[in-house]
Write a new protein. Structure first.
Length: 307
């Protein structure tokens, strides 16, 4: 069903996605604090606030700020925004720190991104972790979500797997937000994952694992982690398919989606950010199954430059 999505509606969807992403990031990162146990969250006991967000949220805020101000992604401007806003204590990986420092000191982003990892470019999960709000923004077009996700990824991730991861997450977030607009209460998980797989470079390992995620629907979490990963290697390959399985499985239940990420372990702030961004764009905040208001209140406020 073709429809017109007005700018205010795009922004509202993208902001809900960002709320889900940032709360997932901030709550997920709490489980790197010694003594925090997934069992507590499962029992409904939340860590004491404030929950500080990390690099996932900082970069996602730059993506949303760019869309809100200009209606599209300009890679040069986005690269500079990533580089100048990066706060060193937000948990950026060493590869990202190097690329952002090069950009900040005048190296063109295509050169900086290509120089990473001995010239192979980064296949890390960092391009996927920040992209869900862009997917929600393009709820009217998975094709547009995919092409703009690529543009957003290439600024830091030159490796085909890093780019494929971002495209996959953006398309999932686009579909999740669209199904909300269409009043679909429980979109079909198989169809969602199959559509994502169809939008991703068929030669990529990310593609192969997203296809694998379809056959794992309904299977126990530990089996899914064993087959798809949980982000422990911080690559797109071992992060993205797992997060899409979680999002497709729990698309109408944000707290359950985040609990699954925490229980799975691995790169929990990033898996919960990706999953939270996809699911939050579908559920909204303060709604039944949505991002709980008290979780939003416990999260450190978003950066003031976003307003
Ligand atoms: Mg992080």
């Amino acid at each position: 069903m073709p429809f017109t999505l007005f700018p205010d509606a795009r922004l509202a969807l993208a902001r809900d996605s960002l709320a889900g992403l940032s709360v997932g990031d901030a709550l997920g990162s709490q489980f790197f604090v010694p003594g925090r146990r997934p069992a507590d969250l499962a029992a409904g006991r939340l860590p004491p606030p404030p929950w500080q967000w990390t690099d996932d949220t900082e970069m996602a805020c730059s993506v949303l700020a760019e869309l809100a101000a200009h209606g599209d992604i300009d890679p040069d401007r986005l690269a500079l925004a990533f580089a100048t806003r990066a706060e060193p204590y937000r948990g950026y990986g060493p590869g990202a720190v190097t690329i952002l420092r090069l950009i900040r000191t005048g190296t063109p982003w295509p050169v900086a991104a290509a120089s990473a990892f001995d010239g192979q470019g980064s296949c890390g999960n960092g391009a996927a972790m920040r992209i869900a709000p862009l997917g929600a923004w393009y709820a009217d077009s998975t094709a547009r979500a995919a092409t703009r996700a690529r543009a957003c990824a290439e600024v830091t991730h030159a490796h085909p797997e890093g780019i494929a991861g971002a495209v996959a997450v953006a398309v999932a977030a686009s579909l999740a937000a669209r199904s909300r607009l269409e009043g679909e209460h429980s979109p079909d998980a198989t169809r969602l994952l199959a559509t994502v797989a169809g939008a991703v470079d068929p030669t990529a390992e990310v593609h192969r694992r997203v296809r694998g995620a379809i056959s794992l629907l309904g299977r126990p979490l530990d089996e899914v982690v064993a087959a798809l990963g949980n982000g422990a290697r911080v690559t797109a390959q071992d992060t993205v398919a797992f997060t899409l399985w979680v999002a497709a499985t729990h698309l109408t239940d944000y707290p359950a989606a985040i609990r699954a990420c925490v229980e799975a372990g691995g790169d929990v702030d990033t898996t919960a950010a990706i999953v939270g961004g996809i699911v939050g764009g579908h559920t909204g905040t303060g709604t039944p199954g949505g991002v709980p208001d008290d979780w939003v209140a416990a999260r450190e406020p978003l950066p003031s430059w976003l307003d």
